[in-house]
Design a protein around this ligand. Structure first.
Ligand code: MG
Length: 206
């Protein structure tokens, strides 16, 4: 499986990091070894001094395909989850300055914290509201209706380059409010379903 991630997919987040708003989806990947599941803690990596959380809605790919046409894109995911795209912001900044790839800032062990999944019919797929909480306080409050590139746009674009395979994950981007964590912090991710808010993931920083 692969973990495909979309960067700068909410205007307010692109602006908060002084990045231009992209004209095409900005795509990067994390290796399978980045996955952190079952609410396991993340051990603060020794190579960074500026570890950030990015709360995101994640699509779980349920069908193999390439060159997916827009009208069929919705058939490629039936479940969503809450992911935390952990980022070593200081390392990412250095990579960006040099024009280097940023995998070491984004794809390290544990950098893809992933909740369990829920059926897409538990939410309105065009407007999924979600929250990231840090030590009980809401720090990010997003809604996928504000995505620059919709789930359909992402699947159409990504599948031109990478064959989508059953079990792949797509991190769809983070809204404004990203920020640093420190050892001892507790992160929590919620998705608002038709039945109300559902706690999806917990991740303690150790
Ligand atoms: Mg992200």
């Amino acid at each position: 499986m692969k973990i495909i991630c979309i960067g700068r997919n909410y205007i307010d987040h692109a602006k908060e990091l002084n990045n231009p708003v992209p004209k095409k989806p900005l795509v990067f990947m994390k290796p399978p070894s980045a996955l952190l599941v079952n609410n396991k803690p993340l051990y603060y990596p020794e190579f960074t001094e500026d570890l950030h959380y990015e709360g995101e809605i994640v699509l779980k790919i349920c069908k193999n395909g390439r060159y997916v046409q827009p009208e069929f894109a919705h058939k490629y995911f039936q479940e969503i989850g809450f992911g935390i795209d952990f980022t070593a912001r200081d390392i990412q900044r250095q990579c960006k300055e040099k024009g280097h790839p940023w995998e070491i800032a984004k794809g390290f062990d544990g950098s893809a914290a992933m909740s369990s999944f829920m059926a897409i019919d538990q939410v309105d797929p065009t407007a999924i509201e979600f929250q990231m909480l840090l030590n009980g306080e809401v720090v990010q409050h997003g809604n996928t209706k504000d995505l620059i590139f919709s789930f359909t746009d992402i699947i159409v674009y990504v599948s031109k380059f990478f064959r989508l395979q059953f079990g792949d994950l797509i991190f769809t981007g983070t809204p404004a409010g990203v920020g640093p964590v420190k050892i001892g912090d507790k992160l929590e991710g919620k998705i608002f379903t038709k039945e109300g808010a559902k706690e999806m993931i917990r991740c303690d920083i150790r």
